[in-house]
Design a protein around this ligand. Structure first.
Ligand SMILES: [Zn+2]
Length: 207
């Protein structure tokens, strides 16, 4: 079970330490891709982003970066940002804090970032305390469900469009599981918000 839109109470509970959205009055939306790099999926996504002239933030799994360095380099070369998503895609609730931190450090061997997203959004308050010393911890406001085989690609598109507004952090996946949906939904999602005058971009642009 997951919520397409993050419930208000859940957001409120952690709002001090975690970033759930980035409210702004510039009609700006923040675009993220989790769980890659995955050669054929990520490359297709890069082509779509290039077509719309959009930059995004990719929360990469260390193991996938290790296995697919060429795909990873294409993300960087295209000017997108990257974030740490652990080496083994660990669930913080099921992992001892020491092991969780070790896995994040292992991911750091392959790339550096100041952004971290806990896999499945699962992280303990103890883990937050330690990780926030080095990272800005990014959650999300819209989970598109592109990984969910119980919904159609059309439903996935309307979920994504109907739940997104200025300031939303929208998560897609560049994974095998999400391939069919993300490649259908992404160009339509970008066109929709482009036509409405929104700017779509990566998180926290460095000054
Ligand atoms: Zn993930």
């Amino acid at each position: 079970m997951y919520f397409i839109k993050t419930p208000f109470l859940l957001k409120k509970l952690f709002s001090k330490n975690l970033v759930w959205d980035i409210p702004n009055n510039r009609k700006k939306i923040y675009l993220n891709f989790d769980d890659g790099p995955t050669p054929d999926v990520t490359l297709e996504i890069l082509i779509i982003l290039n077509k719309f002239n959009v930059k995004a933030t990719f929360f990469c799994i260390g193991k996938n970066v290790k296995n697919h360095p060429d795909t990873f380099n294409k993300i960087i070369e295209a000017g997108h940002d990257i974030g740490n998503h652990t080496f083994n895609h660990l669930n913080g609730w099921k992992t001892k804090t020491n092991d969780f931190i070790k896995d994040i450090k292992k991911c750091e061997k392959y790339f550096e970032s100041f952004l971290f997203r806990p896999p499945y959004g699962r992280i303990s308050s103890n883990q937050i305390k330690l990780i926030k010393k080095e990272y800005t911890i990014i959650m999300w406001s819209v989970l598109t469900g592109d990984f969910d085989n119980k919904i159609t690609k059309e439903q996935c598109l309307s979920n994504a469009i109907n739940n997104t507004k200025a300031g939303s952090i929208v998560v897609f996946h560049d994974s095998k599981k999400a391939k069919e949906k993300v490649l259908y939904v992404l160009p339509r999602f970008l066109k929709h918000f482009n036509d409405k005058g929104f700017t779509i971009g990566k998180l926290l642009e460095k000054k």
